[in-house]
Write a protein that binds this ligand. Sequence first.
Ligand code: HEC
Ligand code: HEC
Length: 480
Amino acid sequence: MTQRISKTALFFFVLLIAFSACKKDEVIPDTDPVVIVEPPVTPPIEPLKHIPPSIQRDGDPEAGFNYLVYGDYLDSGAPYDLYLNYAGTGSNRLNRTGDNANIKYTHTAVDAPNGVRVVTSNCLVCHSQKINGEVVIGLGNAIEDYTQNQAGTVTLVDQTIKALYGPNSPEWEAYEPYSRGLQAVADHVVTDVKGVSPADKLAVTLSAYINKHDLTWLGQQQLPIPDEVIPADVPAWWLLKKKNAMFSTGVGRGDFARVMIASNGLTVSDSTKAREIDNNFDDVLAYIFSLQAPKYPKEIDPNRVAIGQELFNIKCATCHGTYGVDESYPNLLVSLDEVGTDPLLTRSNFSYAFFVDWYNTSWFSKGANAAYLKPESGYMAPPLDGIWATAPYFHNGSVPTLEDVLNSENRPEKWKRSYGTSAADYDTEKVGWIYTEETVSGSKIVYDSTLPGYGNQGHTYGDDLTDEERTNLIEYLKTL
Ligand code: HEC
Ligand code: HEC
């Protein structure tokens, strides 16, 4: 096997996914009529809308961590030996034991339903990242590259596995759902720029192929799949414990553990498997709730912090809450008209009414621990714990530093970063990624805020600050 295959195969494994699929464009009607709202109707909400809490299940954080990094919530993938041959051994940062000790922490060795030991990806592919050379679990991955269509790569890996093990082998059987799933979504999850995530589109695409009642694969596309891929910046997990609604649009409601199953719905063969996962995800949620934001690693000027905190409490706390002793978080969904950031993601909750309808009448929305989607036109004002570590900013990762968040005039229209995560890639003054402004777009490593969904407008709440005030405020933000 050539080095080329090894590289592409590795990338393929990193991309995740699985579900069986065929690539048919024919749209067959679901049992319920599909209503497509076109053009998007986005009913106005009040500028600041409080989102009330919903009941969450209790769980055991330690069991949750174990399930997260050993569990078979994805249970299809490449044969273990083959994976080791191609991808090599990864650094064992989680101190995992057994054959998981040998592989990268973003992947897990599990038994496929037919007993073959396979390697598949886990949630940490998207929900961990290095900063200052340290892996931080729960930090959203803003480095991953989804700009290439993976269909060709998957075909290459398919051929390799068939050639090595045979098309009727148990190894092929254990791998096939992963492959078919990737083939189904490959065309639909390609982003324009490296570092943003197509995860929302992934969920929409998969739902087009899944029976909503028993979660079996239909083999035929039953719902429309929109063309656009709206970019998302993966939110930090440690914020979730404060939030009453999931996702930047606040669309995820009800039982969070149940909502999370959709994130890995990729190899769920049916609702029996989904129930098994559901029974473990209360623990995963408890683990996510137990995470704390990483501390800012450099020195902080206490005088500036004190002044910055006062400013923050006057200008920002209404929406983002207060921090430290007696902290508070208001759980406000801020209307699109008020915040003015890129509209596409929140609008998609309305223009993809068929998806919302699918979800809200599906297995996910049934029973005691029901989840549901509630589209509202706006974005959650997120908690700002650990904000220093989570650049780039806004729901689409359009703004590279905190200073630019707080000075909308200065935001770079097109910008490029190294995609490195060491101290040398990080700007301690502007707080965020070191970047250069670019004039030419079209490159996958230049963030182009003129692209649909990639806009960097709005949130002008820091514009009238003096430079001195902004510096003080940023110093305070480092302490959160
Ligand atoms: C392909 C990347 C990807 C994978 C894999 C993935 N997620 Fe996510 N996750 C995202 C993105 C992107 C968002 C934000 C979407 C948005 O806000 O619209 C998100 C949001 C979330 C949130 C909500 C956070 C918040 O503050 O609202 C939770 C919780 C979560 N994911 C858990 C999981 C779990 C558990 C898994 C594994 C079973 C998982 N995710 C797998 C990309 C991913
Ligand atoms: C009227 C409500 C409101 C006010 C006031 C406000 N914000 Fe925000 N803020 C938001 C919303 C909503 C978002 C999410 C926007 C998006 O992602 O599209 C946000 C996002 C942010 C982000 C990016 C978060 C991330 O994880 O990407 C930062 C940083 C931030 N605000 C800081 C501030 C500071 C500092 C102030 C005070 C100068 C402030 N905000 C005032 C509503 C507000």
